[in-house]
Design a protein around this ligand. Structure first.
Ligand code: GDP
Ligand code: MG
Length: 430
């Protein structure tokens, strides 16, 4: 059976933690899109880890971890992360990198950095990991599938020249910097291919057999619906689809095999980078939520930059769950709200004097104001509680209300960062 773990919102909903928890019963974990721009935080018996390219199953030695063809594969970060986890006592995980994955090249990162600098204040809030230039090249058909690295020098030189002819125009004339060093790039390719060679395999074929053998396969998404290039807050989105449907493409499996879609949504909102965020809060109120949030505050797992925060947004989350094709909601980081006397929830938007409950297109989103309903806080630490009915009544009311509003079953409530801080709950939806 194939399950997907994906985000309802802007990312950082706690997907890494939920995947790590569900990985206990999984045989295979796959990353199907995105690159090293987003991070998952995982807390387990080995310590606290920020994973950027590795699938979250790497801490379970019986799990096969796959980098799917849909990923922007950053070889250097991959190798560094592998070294990091093994040097901290995690046994060498089973890893397979799809032979069709495309490689994030050094010039992708360079272009990202140069473009952010050029746009200055009008930037898209990129993490400068090269993701947008990477996907542009992939679809412009000047990308590099990893299998292409294993060709003769002359073939490689020819392709490098073809790409550099295009890139150099921008490098020299738009960014006023040096052209690509072609021989250096060739050496880089030859060095990197030796490093990753042991991990490369036919991932789609492996998955076909795994499905036949009825093994449990987890598709691990990055970011969330709001960052989808089609359905999100374009253009403040990411460059590959974080929707569960894309899991079929980015892993190479039939779409009808995805039977369970666990959509992760945090009990309040956070976002990184620019873009519309209707329920955002500011100043002292935000600083308090940011510091109480997540595990040690809402700061980027990749960048360390403070995340923007706000109240739970039922409008965005309902839309986010719908586009994911949600079968189960995992509501995370509920424990972090224990400090609040009152907890506002955004139940609708006010747009040009009208109240709306459907998520609008980006151009209208900018004019939306949140309509808030205020809940009584529970004012205590709820970590360690294992049953929903043992939560303070106020916390139960909060979860039940959100479930009613979004209209998808909340079957998991996460009340702490660790793997077993999880409450399995029966949905009240009819
Ligand atoms: P992801 O990108 O969706 O995997 O999320 P991140 O890992 O970037 O951000 C989620 C943060 O919340 C991390 O610091 C997690 O350790 C933390 N976290 C996840 N679930 C819980 C929870 O239930 N309670 C608390 N306090 N922290 C959590
Ligand atoms: Mg994250």
């Amino acid at each position: 059976m194939v399950k997907a773990v994906v985000g309802a919102n802007w990312g950082d909903e706690g997907k890494g933690k939920i995947t790590d928890t569900l990985a206990d019963q999984a045989d295979v974990v796959i990353r199907f899109q995105g690159g090293a721009n987003a991070g998952h935080t995982i807390v387990n018996q080995y310590g606290k880890f920020a994973l950027h390219t590795m699938p979250s199953g790497v801490f379970h030695k019986n799990i096969m971890n796959i980098i799917g063809n849909g990923v922007a594969f950053d070889i250097e970060k991959f190798m560094k992360e592998l070294d990091d986890i093994t040097s901290r006592g995690v046994p060498m995980p089973q890893i397979m990198v799809s032979n069709r994955v495309q490689v994030l090249m050094p010039y992708h990162t360079l272009f990202d950095t140069l473009e952010e600098a050029r746009l200055a204040g009008k930037s898209f809030g990129s993490t400068k990991s090269g993701i947008a230039p990477f996907y542009s090249d992939k679809y412009a058909k000047i990308g590099w599938q990893i299998n292409e690295f294993f060709q003769d020098d002359e073939v490689l030189r020819e392709k490098i020249a073809r790409i550099a002819d295009i890139k150099d125009v921008l490098l020299v004339h738009l960014y006023h910097t040096d052209p690509i060093d072609r021989e250096k790039l060739l050496d880089w390719i030859k060095t990197q291919r030796e490093r990753v060679k042991p991990y490369i395999g036919d991932a789609a074929l492996y998955l076909e057999q795994a499905i036949r053998d009825d093994r449990t396969i987890l598709l691990e998404g990055q970011l969330g619906t709001m960052k989808d290039p089609d359905h999100g807050i374009y253009p403040m989105v990411t460059s590959s689809s974080p929707l569960a449907a894309y899991g079929a493409i980015g892993a190479g499996i039939p779409p009808y095999e995805i039977r369970q879609i666990v959509v992760v949504s945090k009990a309040y909102s956070s976002a990184v980078g620019a873009g519309e965020f209707v329920s955002e809060i500011f100043d002292e109120e935000a600083a308090l939520l940011r510091d109480h949030g997540g595990d040690g505050g809402e700061y980027g797992a990749t960048t360390g930059r403070p995340r923007r925060v706000g109240w739970y947004d039922c409008v965005a989350s309902r839309y986010g769950c719908r586009l994911q094709g949600c079968t189960d909601v995992a509501l995370t980081v509920l424990d972090a709200l224990g400090y609040l006397d009152e907890i506002p929830v955004c139940t609708a938007y006010e747009l040009d004097g009208k109240t709306i409950t459907e998520f609008p297109v980006t151009k209208d989103l900018a004019r939306c104001k949140p309509v808030l309903k205020v809940f009584k806080g529970w004012k205590c630490d709820i970590r360690g509680i294992k049953e929903f009915e043992k939560l303070p009544q106020e916390a139960q009311d909060y979860v039940n209300f959100i479930e009613q509003q979004i209209g998808y079953p909340i079957t998991m409530v996460s009340n702490g960062p660790a793997r077993d801080d999880i409450i399995i709950r029966k949905s009240l939806l009819k």
